[in-house]
Design a protein around this ligand. Sequence first.
Ligand SMILES: [Zn+2]
Length: 316
Amino acid sequence: MKYKPPKFKRLSQMAAIDVGRLTEDEAREILEGIRWPRGPRCPHCTSKRITRLNAKSDKVRDGIIQCNDCRGQFTVTVGTVMHRSHITLRQWVQAFYSMCSHKKGVSALQLQRNLGLHSYKSAWHLAHRIRAAMKEGPFAKSLKGTVEVDETYIGGKPRSKKNENKRGRGTKKTPVMALVERDGRAFSKPLKKVDAANLKSAIREMVSKQAAIMTDEWPSYQGIGLEFAGGHGVVNHGLGEYVNGDISTNTAESYFALLKRGVHGVFHHVSKQHLARYCHEFSFRWNFRKVSDGARAEAAIKGAIGKRLTYRKAGM
Ligand SMILES: [Zn+2]
């Protein structure tokens, strides 16, 4: 019997080996299916009356679609983080899949090798565009139920001089705050300063007023319970207490453990400037941890639509 590769319609059904053998046309079909599940729509005027231009002609760019109403032309990448890049669609799909399937992330060097990209720089830009796609919109905020809040310190130069990079609060590393629903979603971001104003404003912005807040004994959190129906549970780490009945920040600590293994183990050095994007990446994977790698990649590609301005502004 002859071997025939399986034909998948959806990325969510595919394993890495299947993604690896996609042709450029198949990759385009997958992207179009995710962007327009009910058929292409003109991004200029939203019309559904479209014509596919002759793909066989050398003069016509692959995948060009023309709108019958406004006569505008477009492809599936218009207005997404993939727009105007020299990377092929099969490389984009593979890159999304790869960044979505590795728990601790993938370095730009690894992406460059795996995808056969010509330079480290283009792999680096590609990865940051995908991180922009992974950034959750404001609609995704409002964490509910029991929300654990904690901070940690990430990065910094190697510990050469005495005390320069000592651990804990009050070091030169970058403070990162995480807000994690117990058995739910996570959000994290770097902070300029770990003080009551910054911590509390992030909690107010991100957490539903019905939730219960769990933190350690850090004084900057004091008083936050008055603003939330579930109140404020405090676990006293200074006294060696990690769980007190229902009160703990263990979920937030698991989140940080993963973020640190990625940032230190895979990416080695992440500058303060870019740390927020790695936070988006790790939160994204955490929030979609219960679905298949392919479904996670589909979700990231959906997030790529309409994010172009974000990365332009960010200077990527
Ligand atoms: Zn149109």
